[in-house]
Design a binder for this molecule. Structure first.
Ligand SMILES: CC(C)(COP(=O)(O)OP(=O)(O)OC[C@H]1O[C@@H](n2cnc3c(N)ncnc32)[C@H](O)[C@@H]1OP(=O)(O)O)[C@@H](O)C(=O)NCCC(=O)NCCS
Length: 174
Protein backbone atom coordinates (compact mmCIF):
# COMPACT_ATOMS: atom_id res chain seq x y z
CA UNK A 1 0.00 0.00 0.00
CA UNK A 2 1.27 3.56 -0.60
CA UNK A 3 1.46 4.34 3.12
CA UNK A 4 1.65 0.97 4.89
CA UNK A 5 -0.19 1.05 8.15
CA UNK A 6 -2.03 4.30 7.45
CA UNK A 7 -5.42 2.64 7.19
CA UNK A 8 -4.48 -0.78 8.53
CA UNK A 9 -6.08 -2.92 9.78
CA UNK A 10 -9.56 -2.05 8.53
CA UNK A 11 -12.58 -3.54 10.22
CA UNK A 12 -13.45 -6.91 8.65
CA UNK A 13 -14.96 -6.39 5.19
CA UNK A 14 -18.13 -8.38 4.53
CA UNK A 15 -19.30 -9.32 1.05
CA UNK A 16 -22.31 -11.40 0.08
CA UNK A 17 -20.57 -14.67 0.97
CA UNK A 18 -17.18 -13.81 2.42
CA UNK A 19 -15.30 -11.90 5.09
CA UNK A 20 -11.94 -10.23 4.44
CA UNK A 21 -10.06 -10.04 7.73
CA UNK A 22 -6.65 -10.16 9.40
CA UNK A 23 -5.12 -13.59 9.89
CA UNK A 24 -5.66 -15.59 13.09
CA UNK A 25 -3.70 -18.51 14.60
CA UNK A 26 -6.50 -20.88 13.44
CA UNK A 27 -5.56 -20.07 9.79
CA UNK A 28 -2.12 -21.70 10.07
CA UNK A 29 -3.01 -25.09 8.56
CA UNK A 30 -4.76 -23.45 5.61
CA UNK A 31 -1.78 -21.15 4.99
CA UNK A 32 0.45 -24.24 4.86
CA UNK A 33 -2.00 -25.91 2.47
CA UNK A 34 -1.98 -22.83 0.23
CA UNK A 35 1.80 -22.75 -0.15
CA UNK A 36 2.20 -26.56 -0.33
CA UNK A 37 -0.39 -27.02 -3.07
CA UNK A 38 1.10 -27.91 -6.48
CA UNK A 39 -2.05 -26.54 -8.15
CA UNK A 40 -1.80 -23.18 -6.42
CA UNK A 41 1.93 -23.03 -7.18
CA UNK A 42 1.73 -23.83 -10.89
CA UNK A 43 2.31 -20.25 -12.13
CA UNK A 44 3.97 -18.73 -9.08
CA UNK A 45 7.23 -20.62 -8.74
CA UNK A 46 5.93 -23.99 -7.57
CA UNK A 47 4.89 -25.38 -4.20
CA UNK A 48 7.09 -25.39 -1.10
CA UNK A 49 7.86 -28.67 0.70
CA UNK A 50 5.20 -29.31 3.31
CA UNK A 51 7.69 -30.33 6.02
CA UNK A 52 9.59 -27.07 5.52
CA UNK A 53 6.34 -25.12 5.80
CA UNK A 54 5.37 -27.01 8.97
CA UNK A 55 8.74 -26.03 10.48
CA UNK A 56 8.89 -22.40 9.35
CA UNK A 57 5.31 -21.11 9.30
CA UNK A 58 4.68 -18.74 12.22
CA UNK A 59 2.02 -19.46 14.83
CA UNK A 60 0.28 -16.36 13.53
CA UNK A 61 1.09 -16.39 9.81
CA UNK A 62 0.31 -13.58 7.43
CA UNK A 63 -0.37 -10.89 10.04
CA UNK A 64 0.93 -7.82 8.20
CA UNK A 65 -0.37 -4.65 6.54
CA UNK A 66 -1.94 -5.35 3.16
CA UNK A 67 -2.72 -9.05 3.71
CA UNK A 68 -6.37 -10.07 3.87
CA UNK A 69 -7.45 -13.58 4.73
CA UNK A 70 -10.53 -14.50 2.71
CA UNK A 71 -12.89 -16.33 5.03
CA UNK A 72 -15.84 -18.49 4.06
CA UNK A 73 -17.93 -19.75 6.95
CA UNK A 74 -15.12 -19.20 9.45
CA UNK A 75 -12.32 -20.87 7.46
CA UNK A 76 -9.56 -19.48 5.23
CA UNK A 77 -10.19 -20.20 1.55
CA UNK A 78 -7.61 -17.79 0.17
CA UNK A 79 -5.62 -14.64 0.65
CA UNK A 80 -5.35 -11.27 -1.01
CA UNK A 81 -2.34 -8.97 -0.80
CA UNK A 82 -1.90 -5.27 -1.46
CA UNK A 83 1.86 -4.76 -1.43
CA UNK A 84 4.29 -2.04 -2.55
CA UNK A 85 4.96 -2.07 -6.31
CA UNK A 86 7.84 -0.44 -8.13
CA UNK A 87 6.97 0.29 -11.76
CA UNK A 88 5.52 3.55 -13.11
CA UNK A 89 2.12 1.80 -13.38
CA UNK A 90 1.23 2.07 -9.69
CA UNK A 91 2.68 2.09 -6.18
CA UNK A 92 0.59 -0.86 -5.00
CA UNK A 93 0.20 -4.38 -6.39
CA UNK A 94 -2.67 -6.81 -5.95
CA UNK A 95 -1.97 -10.50 -5.40
CA UNK A 96 -4.38 -13.41 -4.88
CA UNK A 97 -4.07 -17.09 -3.96
CA UNK A 98 -7.05 -19.36 -3.32
CA UNK A 99 -7.23 -23.01 -2.32
CA UNK A 100 -8.15 -25.20 -5.32
CA UNK A 101 -11.41 -26.36 -3.74
CA UNK A 102 -12.50 -22.71 -3.68
CA UNK A 103 -11.89 -22.13 -7.40
CA UNK A 104 -14.78 -21.84 -9.83
CA UNK A 105 -17.29 -20.22 -7.47
CA UNK A 106 -16.55 -16.56 -8.07
CA UNK A 107 -15.03 -16.18 -4.60
CA UNK A 108 -11.78 -14.65 -5.85
CA UNK A 109 -13.57 -12.02 -7.94
CA UNK A 110 -15.98 -11.25 -5.08
CA UNK A 111 -13.11 -10.86 -2.60
CA UNK A 112 -10.82 -8.88 -4.93
CA UNK A 113 -13.64 -6.49 -5.84
CA UNK A 114 -14.17 -5.82 -2.14
CA UNK A 115 -10.44 -5.38 -1.48
CA UNK A 116 -10.06 -2.95 -4.39
CA UNK A 117 -13.14 -1.04 -3.24
CA UNK A 118 -11.68 -0.75 0.25
CA UNK A 119 -8.31 0.33 -1.19
CA UNK A 120 -9.86 2.99 -3.40
CA UNK A 121 -11.74 4.41 -0.41
CA UNK A 122 -8.61 4.47 1.75
CA UNK A 123 -6.33 5.80 -1.03
CA UNK A 124 -8.44 7.94 -3.38
CA UNK A 125 -7.10 8.19 -6.93
CA UNK A 126 -4.35 5.61 -6.38
CA UNK A 127 -3.89 2.96 -9.05
CA UNK A 128 -3.21 -0.73 -8.45
CA UNK A 129 -0.90 -2.96 -10.51
CA UNK A 130 -1.22 -6.67 -11.14
CA UNK A 131 1.41 -9.02 -12.52
CA UNK A 132 0.55 -12.51 -13.70
CA UNK A 133 1.80 -15.08 -16.21
CA UNK A 134 -0.18 -14.93 -19.45
CA UNK A 135 -0.40 -18.75 -19.30
CA UNK A 136 -2.36 -18.45 -16.03
CA UNK A 137 -5.75 -18.34 -17.73
CA UNK A 138 -7.93 -18.15 -14.59
CA UNK A 139 -5.81 -15.27 -13.29
CA UNK A 140 -5.96 -13.45 -16.66
CA UNK A 141 -9.76 -13.86 -16.69
CA UNK A 142 -9.99 -12.56 -13.14
CA UNK A 143 -7.81 -9.53 -13.98
CA UNK A 144 -10.09 -8.65 -16.89
CA UNK A 145 -13.24 -9.11 -14.80
CA UNK A 146 -11.87 -6.79 -12.13
CA UNK A 147 -11.19 -4.11 -14.74
CA UNK A 148 -7.39 -4.32 -15.04
CA UNK A 149 -6.07 -3.13 -18.39
CA UNK A 150 -2.82 -4.16 -20.02
CA UNK A 151 0.29 -2.03 -19.54
CA UNK A 152 2.82 -4.43 -21.07
CA UNK A 153 3.90 -8.01 -21.54
CA UNK A 154 7.46 -9.09 -20.78
CA UNK A 155 9.62 -12.15 -20.23
CA UNK A 156 10.69 -13.10 -16.70
CA UNK A 157 11.32 -16.34 -14.81
CA UNK A 158 11.24 -18.17 -18.17
CA UNK A 159 7.65 -17.19 -18.99
CA UNK A 160 5.61 -14.37 -20.50
CA UNK A 161 4.34 -12.01 -17.80
CA UNK A 162 1.41 -9.57 -17.99
CA UNK A 163 1.42 -6.25 -16.16
CA UNK A 164 -1.97 -4.63 -15.77
CA UNK A 165 -3.27 -1.56 -14.01
CA UNK A 166 -6.54 -0.76 -12.24
CA UNK A 167 -8.11 2.48 -11.19
CA UNK A 168 -11.47 3.06 -9.62
CA UNK A 169 -12.75 4.62 -12.86
CA UNK A 170 -12.29 1.40 -14.86
CA UNK A 171 -13.44 -0.99 -12.09
CA UNK A 172 -15.97 -3.51 -13.32
CA UNK A 173 -18.48 -5.63 -11.49
CA UNK A 174 -17.58 -9.35 -11.51
C1 LIG B 1 -6.38 -17.04 -9.93
C2 LIG B 1 -7.49 -17.66 -9.09
C3 LIG B 1 -7.64 -16.87 -7.78
C4 LIG B 1 -8.80 -17.60 -9.89
O1 LIG B 1 -9.82 -18.28 -9.16
P1 LIG B 1 -11.27 -18.48 -9.82
O2 LIG B 1 -12.10 -19.20 -8.84
O3 LIG B 1 -11.14 -19.05 -11.18
O4 LIG B 1 -11.75 -16.97 -10.01
P2 LIG B 1 -13.18 -16.30 -9.85
O5 LIG B 1 -13.47 -16.02 -8.43
O6 LIG B 1 -13.18 -15.13 -10.77
O7 LIG B 1 -14.21 -17.42 -10.32
C5 LIG B 1 -14.50 -17.54 -11.68
C6 LIG B 1 -15.15 -18.86 -11.95
O8 LIG B 1 -16.21 -19.10 -11.01
C7 LIG B 1 -17.41 -19.39 -11.74
N1 LIG B 1 -18.54 -19.00 -10.87
C8 LIG B 1 -19.36 -19.89 -10.25
N2 LIG B 1 -20.22 -19.23 -9.46
C9 LIG B 1 -19.97 -17.91 -9.60
C10 LIG B 1 -20.53 -16.75 -9.04
N3 LIG B 1 -21.53 -16.81 -8.16
N4 LIG B 1 -20.03 -15.54 -9.38
C11 LIG B 1 -19.00 -15.46 -10.25
N5 LIG B 1 -18.41 -16.55 -10.83
C12 LIG B 1 -18.90 -17.77 -10.49
C13 LIG B 1 -17.24 -18.64 -13.01
O9 LIG B 1 -18.09 -19.14 -14.02
C14 LIG B 1 -15.78 -18.92 -13.32
O10 LIG B 1 -15.65 -20.23 -13.79
P3 LIG B 1 -14.63 -20.62 -14.99
O11 LIG B 1 -13.24 -20.41 -14.45
O12 LIG B 1 -14.94 -22.03 -15.26
O13 LIG B 1 -14.93 -19.66 -16.09
C15 LIG B 1 -7.17 -19.13 -8.76
O14 LIG B 1 -7.04 -19.84 -9.96
C16 LIG B 1 -5.88 -19.31 -7.94
O15 LIG B 1 -5.87 -19.12 -6.72
N6 LIG B 1 -4.78 -19.72 -8.61
C17 LIG B 1 -3.53 -20.03 -7.92
C18 LIG B 1 -2.81 -18.80 -7.47
C19 LIG B 1 -2.45 -17.91 -8.63
O16 LIG B 1 -1.99 -18.35 -9.67
N7 LIG B 1 -2.61 -16.61 -8.40
C20 LIG B 1 -2.26 -15.62 -9.37
C21 LIG B 1 -0.96 -15.04 -8.98
S1 LIG B 1 -0.57 -13.68 -10.03
Amino acid sequence: MPEPGAAWPPAPIRTGRLVLRESEPRDRAAFIELFASPDVGTYIGGPKPRDELERTTAELPGRRPGLFVVDLGGALIGMITLDPHDTDAAKTELGYLFLPEAWGHGYASEACTAALGWFAGANPGEKVALCTQTANAPSMRLAAKLGFTEVKRFEAYGAEQWLGVWSQQNARQP
